[in-house]
Design a protein around this ligand. Structure first.
Ligand code: ATP
Length: 306
């Protein structure tokens, strides 16, 4: 029996390793969210990024033919500027980020980067030019160092740690017993949403892409974490063409332009001050969020008084 149990254990071990490997691959595809149908044109060229200007030109899109999600969206993000996209849940905000990354092709209109239709360039060069900080970062079952280096495989230890510092996660990592060698993901340390997002920011700092796409977490973060993340994001987006899918209105105040999306169309656009003066959808979203924050604050004070 002893003789048999060794190989069985071994088979069990191999099986678990393979399964884990598959989970990693699945996660990677989830991470990249790659629908298989997008293929490079035979004559696709590498994207030539000069200034990094993004443009959506009369974009129409639907996931399923019976339901239009974007109905003629046009906006530009001038080189180095920040455009924030806000709007009710389901308005199509994250869809815009998926289209810029070309996870799907538009059904009408064009998405351009520095004047090049993204359907004419290689996906590899397109994705190499865009840094994506998603809402929910999937971490690989590996060390935290590996997860940060994923932004630029081959980055030196020093650069990797500097990126972590800039992303405001360095001190946290250094306090872990195994530091940067700590295992994270399913089999290791479970990081909080805010910590994972800072790992994603560190990755993006290492990648140093000309174009940034930030999808803010919808989940509530405590205000200290939120401030830390905001500081890290401000730092990465400085001087880079940035689109922010904003779920918290506090982050859009400084945007060069705010696009208010409603029902697949641009309902309003302008700076924070301009939109507040309009007393329209944006102003009412802002009022509602402020009321919610104030109510939370009152609740907190009442609790502390107990
Ligand atoms: P939220 O603020 O809640 O994240 P959003 O404005 O980012 O919302 P999107 O994620 O862009 O909204 O989704 C827009 C609409 O498209 C939603 O109604 C959603 O149900 C639908 N949708 C999103 N992804 C898919 C998909 N893969 N297949 C079919 N429909 C989808």
């Amino acid at each position: 029996l002893m003789q048999l149990s060794v190989p069985l254990n071994f088979i069990g071990f191999i099986y678990r390793e393979i399964r884990q490997g598959l989970t990693d691959i699945e996660q990677m595809f989830d991470l990249l969210d790659v629908p298989q149908e997008i293929v490079d044109k035979p004559d696709a060229k590498p994207l030539a990024v000069s200034a990094g200007k993004d443009e959506f030109r009369d974009v129409h899109f639907s996931y399923d033919p019976n339901r239009k999600i974007l109905k003629g969206i046009s906006f530009e993000v001038p080189a180095g500027k920040t455009v924030a996209i806000v709007g009710p849940s389901g308005a199509g905000k994250s869809t815009i980020s998926r289209l810029l990354f070309r996870f799907y092709d538009v059904q009408g209109g064009q998405v351009l980067i520095d004047g090049q239709d993204i359907r004419d360039v290689t996906q590899e060069s397109l994705r190499g030019a865009i840094g994506m900080v998603p809402q929910d970062t999937v971490l690989f079952n590996d060390t935290i160092a590996y997860n940060i280096r994923y932004g630029r495989i081959g980055a030196s230890e020093e650069d990797m740690q500097k990126a972590a510092e800039l992303a405001q996660i360095g001190p946290f990592i250094e306090r872990l017993p195994d530091g940067y060698k700590s295992m994270v993901g399913e089999r290791g340390l479970k990081l909080s949403g805010g910590e994972k997002q800072r790992v994603a920011i560190a990755r993006t700092i290492l990648k140093a892409p000309p174009i940034l796409m930030l999808d803010e977490a919808t989940s509530a973060l405590d205000s200290h974490t939120e401030q830390e993340i905001q500081a890290a994001l401000d730092l990465v987006s400085r001087g880079r063409t940035t689109i922010v899918i904003a779920h918290r209105l506090s982050t859009v105040i400084t945007a060069d332009e705010i696009i208010v999306l409603q029902d697949g169309q641009i309902a309003e656009r302008g700076t924070h001050a301009e939109l507040m003066r309009k007393h329209g959808l944006y102003a009412s979203m802002w009022d509602r969020q402020r009321e919610a924050t104030e109510a939370e604050e009152r609740l907190r004070i009442a609790r502390e008084g107990d």
